[in-house]
Design a protein around this ligand. Structure first.
Ligand SMILES: Cc1cc2nc3c(=O)[nH]c(=O)nc-3n(C[C@H](O)[C@H](O)[C@H](O)COP(=O)(O)OP(=O)(O)OC[C@H]3O[C@@H](n4cnc5c(N)ncnc54)[C@H](O)[C@@H]3O)c2cc1C
Length: 421
């Protein structure tokens, strides 16, 4: 029986751990920094919108435990706000399969308990590099996977400059989980994620979700550093956080204020602030005594959450690593296998996710502006776009390049012309 250690009980680590348990023939241990109860009582870690393909990974592993409780998100409502006096652009894109946001505090705690019930081993410990070195030296495990997110263990993995265009954070993040938000009055596409772009200043994202106290909404500001929305840098307490978040809505997106006029925080720890530099790292970490560990998901590919991709990519990373481990049978998990396993995940998923996300942190290029303007008039274009965020690979040939956009928009125009005849 092969013995696998997964460090980090998050979106990727728990999916991988459950997948290996279900496969049988694997002795799986997860090192978790916190107990399930501590996870539930902690601050939020994400806004975790999971699109259909990522939800399907969870379903396949028997882990879609909150279906029916978590709101099914029917689509995306983008607004590009114009300078004062200009027209706003509103786009409504229906999703083919619903997205969901189940608070990671709920989800990881539940999955961790289930993992133990199903026969997995859990050790509660925030592992330092020295601990991992001792564990690797003991030779007990055939493979150690570091799925510890953006924490200190990223120090094990060198930054890959060729895949990391940024050297500073591109957004200040400020999320608050709230009860009392009104519904989007402008559309039947409900529940939806309402995504508002304030050019040059940042984004506001409103997300229906499930949290520890029931259904809720998340009010999530993404602020361009130093700009007018960047007012959470001093990490205000929860009440002050909410006051500032709603104050920004009144000032910068007043058409959304009515929805947000009577909000209450969902729990005493319902806010999250921070900022980090989007970074891609090399996949193999070498411990002081020479042992090798393989990084996974955010530990290697840390993207800004502006287009809600990290947890989705983490689910796909878990699925990809699971398949690679199972395919490898009894062969040693050596450097080549680790390298190839990550490179396959990069080529199949992470590269396009990273390119999309890094692109969306910049002002939209001209061809994207044309797509958005067309999407505002054509629901099928808006829907294709929404489903493109669910599967960024599907954006490649029409959204990511000017030529592709030209071809696609000509087809849309020709089709619209035929309909008009
Ligand atoms: C504000 C915000 C909003 C976001 N919104 C979205 C969104 O809407 N959609 C989306 O797809 N993605 C979103 N993301 C990104 C998403 O949350 C992450 O990409 C995803 O959770 C990464 O999964 P992971 O398994 O790599 O790491 P995580 O889910 O972060 O899990 C890592 C786990 O390892 C634990 N850990 C850390 N260090 C150690 C250690 N030394 N020893 C033991 N355990 C350790 C941590 O406590 C944690 O439990 C958002 C992120 C942020 C910050």
């Amino acid at each position: 029986m092969r013995r696998i250690l997964i460090v980090g009980a998050g979106q990727c680590g728990l999916l991988l751990g459950h997948g290996l348990l279900r496969a049988g023939d694997y002795d799986v241990t997860i090192l978790s920094a916190r107990t399930p109860d501590e996870l539930r009582r902690s601050r939020p870690t994400s806004t975790q919108v999971m699109f259909g393909p990522a939800v399907a990974v969870e379903q396949r592993l028997g882990l879609d435990l909150w279906a029916g409780d978590t709101p099914d998100i029917a689509g995306l409502h983008w607004t590009v706000a114009a300078p004062p006096g200009g027209d706003r652009l509103d786009i409504y894109g229906a999703l083919d399969t619903p997205a969901r946001s189940t608070d990671q505090r709920v989800k990881m705690a539940g999955w961790l308990e289930l993992f133990e019930e199903l026969g997995g081993t859990v050790h509660t410990k925030e592992a330092a590099i020295g601990d991992l070195d001792e564990i690797a030296e003991s030779g007990h495990y055939d493979l150690i996977v570091i799925a510890a997110g953006r924490g200190d263990l990223t120090a094990l993995f060198d930054r890959d400059p060729s895949r990391s265009p940024y050297t500073t954070p591109q957004r200040g993040l400020a999320a608050a989980y709230v009860h009392g938000m009104g519904r989007d009055p402008d559309t039947d596409l409900w529940p939806n994620v309402t995504f508002t772009v304030l050019p040059g200043a940042g984004e506001l994202i409103l997300i229906p979700a499930l949290t520890t106290t029931g259904q809720c909404d998340i009010l999530f500001w993404e602020a361009v550093p130093g700009g007018p929305l960047d007012v959470f840098g001093d990490r205000p307490g929860p009440d002050e956080h909410l006051t500032r978040a709603v104050g920004l809505i009144r000032e910068h997106t007043p058409w959304l204020y009515e929805r947000c006029a009577h909000l209450e925080l969902t729990d005493p720890h319902a806010t999250l602030t921070g900022r980090f530099t989007p970074t891609v790292r090399r996949p193999i970490g070498e411990l002081p005594s020479g042992g090798l560990v393989l990084g996974a998901a955010d530990a290697l590919v840390t993207n800004d959450p502006v287009v809600a991709q990290g947890a989705n990519a983490a689910a796909r990373c878990a699925a990809a690593y699971l398949a690679a481990i199972l395919d490898h049978g009894d062969d040693p998990f050596d450097r080549d296998w680790m390298h190839n396993t990550f490179e396959r995940f990069w080529a199949d998923t992470a590269e396009r996710v990273t390119n999309l996300t890094n692109g969306m942190l910049q002002p939209p290029p001209e061809h994207v502006q044309r797509i958005l303007a067309t999407a505002a008039r054509h629901p099928e274009v808006a829907s294709r776009l929404a489903n493109g965020f669910a599967d960024p690979n599907s954006l490649t040939d029409w959204f990511m390049t000017p030529d592709g956009a030209d071809r696609y928009l000509s087809q849309v125009a020709a089709h619209a012309g035929q309909l008009a005849v």
